[in-house]
Design a protein. Sequence first.
Length: 269
Amino acid sequence: MERKVVLITGGSSGIGKSIGIYLKSKGFIVYGTTRSLAKYPNFSEFNLLELDVRNTATIEKAIATLIEKEGSVDVLVNNAGIGITGPIEETPHDEILKTFETNFHGPLHMAKAVLPYMRKQKAGLIINITSIAGYMGLPYRGIYSASKGALEIVTEALRMETKDFGVHFTNLAPGDFATNIASGRYHAPIVDNSPYKKPYANTLKIMNDHVDSGQDPIKVAEKVFEIINTKNPKVHYTVGEFLQQFSLFLKRILPDKMYEKLLLNHYKL
């Protein structure tokens, strides 16, 4: 059986790295991407390509290199993403745009780059790593929620547009996992004279505690493996703690204001 070639954006650390290591152990040919190869001179877990999802020239170069070496790209895992927190009123708009460039436009750039090859192969799978946060507007994380929610929705459209080409799109929404995302996310500063100072500071601590106590990202890798081995993937998948996944069920069945009250209680707002 021919081994599938998997490309994972943001593969040098966190969830992406866990996915790459796991899939390689299962016999896949794995390539990850990083914005700077120079930062990982001793990376040996799997192949790394230099690529910035916000820069189409780097995407085209990396995809060309991959096709030249392997002849195909069978699975794309759009994992690269950044976090952002803060009161929306006080968040610099250039940071909002930067978040959407990475979390929304980046996966679109990647999909556009690999789709011609997948159409030619008459086969392919694109897994967009979104977030359970993308299903709801979370306080002080609303921009992150919006960027991931937009990716969830556009994936639904892409599934229908590409259904005749043998290409499958799906979303995988993780909850909180123990990664370094908190250190890399943009934090709007806690301003002394801000009306948001106390609630934002308290919410930020709760969010960071959730990440620190999050589950092992290997669970995301296992779910990706499961999806790859599914003949007709579903539109949406989730992975994470039971209560985080259960919150999506509650959002579907509860009145909006009742669900909003649950979130306010959760974040002690």
